[in-house]
Design a protein around this ligand. Structure first.
Ligand code: NAP
Length: 280
């Protein structure tokens, strides 16, 4: 039986690993399929305190892991929790097909990219539809082509700004006429003359050639109802996240969106199960 199992290896999971290791609780961290979490898919992190010049996302996560390991945290690479039974202690996890028992559990499984939910989006996934500009932006199919970013938050602004280095032009499609992003990120995007915002607009279909290459998007203006078509070679979707908590559904108190509720501090509704970070 493991004493403390931490699910997730993003900032929250590795911080939990650091603190529980220093408390001599002998934590085991399971990285999941994406060691280091979503920050490893970003370029430079500008707003993490202590790094005045910014720091590469992957580099930051490697340092957090090394810091936790220095105090004795065990980190198991690629280990994915497929099922969990929280009905009694020790808690029973299925990890890569094998059983693992945990006296205490810390859920830090983070969140994944939200999808628009269009049939054409699923069909053209990885054929020009992507959820990560820094991961896929350098692909030859996007070079010097018009590109579309969907969303109005910090992620959308960051992706749009990044993609101006790749594409001939970047359309930023947002469903309202005002960005949700922080002022500094929004100003940077809107000041870039390669970025053209398209306000009050929703993507109703992603257009493709023979289902293997994006050629454009069909947009609907939600104020006038007018539909238009924009030519583009790539659609970068940055409309927020959904928490990775499906395996705990019905076993822990959650809100309607699937975020795990805290009842006191980081304690969940099940004694011995704690939650941290973007899934809480
Ligand atoms: P977010 O802040 O939740 O923004 C999501 C955006 O997508 C919103 O503008 C939202 O529109 C739009 N949206 C949501 N569902 C949609 C749908 N079905 N169709 C069309 N548009 C939709 O998400 P995020 O930008 O990924 O940011 C997540 C968190 O990470 C935030 O706290 C953010 O500050 C942080 N972050 C920070 C940085 C940084 O460098 N500081 C970079 C990236 C992310 P509405 O505005 O109309 O709701």
């Amino acid at each position: 039986v493991e004493n403390v199992v931490i699910i997730g290896s993003g900032c929250a999971g590795l911080t939990a690993a650091l603190y529980t290791a220093r408390a001599r609780l002998e934590p085991t961290g399971l990285t999941g399929a994406m060691p280091g979490g979503l920050l490893t898919t970003t370029s430079i992190v500008e707003n993490y305190p202590g790094f005045p010049e910014g720091i590469d996302g992957t580099e930051l996560m490697i340092q957090m892991q090394q810091q936790a390991e220095r105090f004795g945290a065990k980190v198991q690479f690629g280990s994915t929790v497929e099922a969990a039974d929280l009905s009694e202690r020790p808690f029973r996890l299925t990890v890569d097909g094998a059983e693992m028992l945990a006296q205490t559990l810390i859920i830090a499984s983070g969140a994944g990219h939200r999808h628009l939910g269009l049939e054409s989006e699923a069909k053209l996934d990885k054929k020009g539809v992507t959820y990560c500009a820094t991961c896929d932006g350098a692909l030859p199919m996007f070079r010097d082509q018009p590109l579309v970013v969907v969303g109005g938050g910090d992620s959308a602004c960051e992706e749009a700004t990044y993609l101006t280095r790749v594409g001939s032009k970047v359309y930023l499609i947002h469903r309202r006429d005002e960005l949700r992003a922080s002022k500094i990120m929004a100003d940077r995007a809107l000041a870039n003359d390669k970025i053209e915002p398209v306000w009050n607009s929703e993507v109703v279909e992603i257009l493709g050639e023979a289902e293997d290459k994006v050629t454009g998007v069909r947009l609907k203006n939600n104020q006038t109802g007018d539909e238009t078509t924009l030519d583009c070679a790539g659609v970068f979707i940055a409309i927020g996240h959904v928490p990775n908590t499906q395996i705990f559904k019905g076993q822990l108190e959650m809100d309607d969106a699937g975020y795990v509720k805290r009842v006191e501090g980081s304690q969940t509704s099940v004694p011995g199960v704690f939650v941290a970070g973007d899934c809480s």
